[in-house]
Design a protein around this ligand. Structure first.
Ligand code: IDP
Length: 137
C-alpha cells in the first residue's frame, strides 16, 4: 500500500489545528499508521531538508521547524502521495486554493520562510527516505 510522510509544522500545532488537519486526512480515506508529537532534533531537520541546504530560506526554515513541537505521521492509501499534496495545496498559503489545508487554514508567512502548516512527501523515494528519518524503527 502506498504511504507518505506528513508533518504538521509548529505553526499548525501552536494554532491548535492538529485535529482539523488529521480529520481532513481521515475524511479523504487515508489511514494513519503511525503518529508522534514532539520537537524535532537538529539531525532530523538537516536530514529532512538536505535538498534545500544552501538556499536562502534554509536556515530560517530549520529555525522555524525547531520553534515548537511538530506532529509526524505516516499515512497510507491509494494515491496518498499526490493525494495529500493536493489536499495540502500550494506551498504559499496565500496562493493555495480554497478547499486545501493551506488555502483554508494558512495565512501567515515569515519574513524569510513560508509558514504553511504541513509537509507531505513528493515521491515514493522521498516518502521512504522521510519515513526512515522520522520513524527509524
Ligand atoms: P513543499 O512543502 O510545498 O513541498 P518545498 O519546496 O519542499 O515545498 O519547500 C519546503 C518548505 O520550505 C516549504 O514548505 C516552505 O515552508 C519553505 N519554502 C520553500 N520555498 C520557499 C521560498 O521560496 N521562500 C520561503 N520559504 C520557502
Amino acid at each position: 500500500m502506498e504511504r507518505t510522510l506528513i508533518l504538521i509544522k509548529p505553526d499548525g500545532v501552536a494554532r491548535g489545528l492538529v485535529g482539523q488537519i488529521l480529520a481532513r486526512i481521515e475524511a479523504k480515506g487515508y489511514a494513519i499508521d503511525a503518529l508522534s508529537l514532539r520537537t524535532a532534533t537538529a539531525d532530523e531537520l538537516s536530514a529532512h531538508y538536505a535538498e534545500h541546504e544552501g538556499k536562502p530560506f534554509y536556515q530560517p526554515l530549520v529555525d522555524f521547524m525547531s520553534e515548537g513541537p511538530i506532529v509526524s505521521l505516516i499515512a497510507s492509501g491509494q494515491g496518498v502521495i499526490p493525494g495529500f499534496r493536493s489536499l495540502a495545496g500550494a506551498t504559499d498559503p496565500t496562493a493555495a486554493a480554497p478547499g486545501t489545508i493551506r488555502g483554508d487554514l494558512g495565512r501567515d508567512w515569515g519574513e524569510k520562510v513560508q509558514k504553511n502548516l504541513v509537509h507531505g512527501s513528493d515521491s515514493t523515494e522521498s516518502a521512504e527516505r522521510e519515513v526512515g528519518i522520522w520513524f527509524p524503527a
